[in-house]
Design a protein around this ligand. Sequence first.
Ligand code: ADE
Length: 246
Amino acid sequence: MNFHVMTLFPDMIKQGCGTSILGRAQENGSIHLEVTNIRDYSDNKHGHVDDYPYGGGAGMVMQAGPVCRAFEAIRGQYEEAPRVIYVTPQGKVFNQAMAEEFASCSNLVFLCGHYEGIDERALEKIVTDYVSIGDYVLTGGELPAMVMIDAISRLVPGVLNNKESAEFESFHDNLLEYPQYTRPEVFEGERVPEVLLSGHHANIEKWRREQSLLRTWERRPDLLEDAVLDKKDRKYLETLKKDLRK
Ligand code: ADE
């Protein structure tokens, strides 16, 4: 998987993606990250890439020229035009299904904006997807791009080792993960749930599944609509609802 990030703050991306699992994935070649500094494509000696907005108003707007030239340098490396994701609070909100779809692409370009945004003509020319990471406004697109690169990368073969990828995870079957415990058995008077010490695998599995259902029902009931549930799951959820009515 080749990731390209177009940004005015290349160090932020290189540092953020250079450590931990993404750093290891770059070293072992599972992912490749190329960071393009949009400022390198400025057409003036001061390296300016922004200007005042036509029509007036606060802030500065990133100019179309540097953004389009930076993109052309990336575009030239491929026969087929890559997907270009503009990270913006005006986009569709990113989720696990989108991470899976993007993970099936060979090449992805992230465009990070700053200031009051980017000249619309550049966006119209190059952007294929407008994506947000949530309904709040950040100072720039670098953190959202890194969030998405992280979520996409962990789905790319070779990024996680067997142990990491075998781990049960939140959003498996659209349910939240059950609670985890490790030593000591008693912490500040609180015991680990007895069933986990029993060695009875079937009972442990049942307890974990019910905890997942309970957690999802309490914290993210919206997820239950698309959850993969069997007869036993539905019955357990019915008992939760009955208990609530009591
Ligand atoms: N840029 C600023 N805020 C953002 C957000 N919430 N998602 C994506 N890009 C952004």
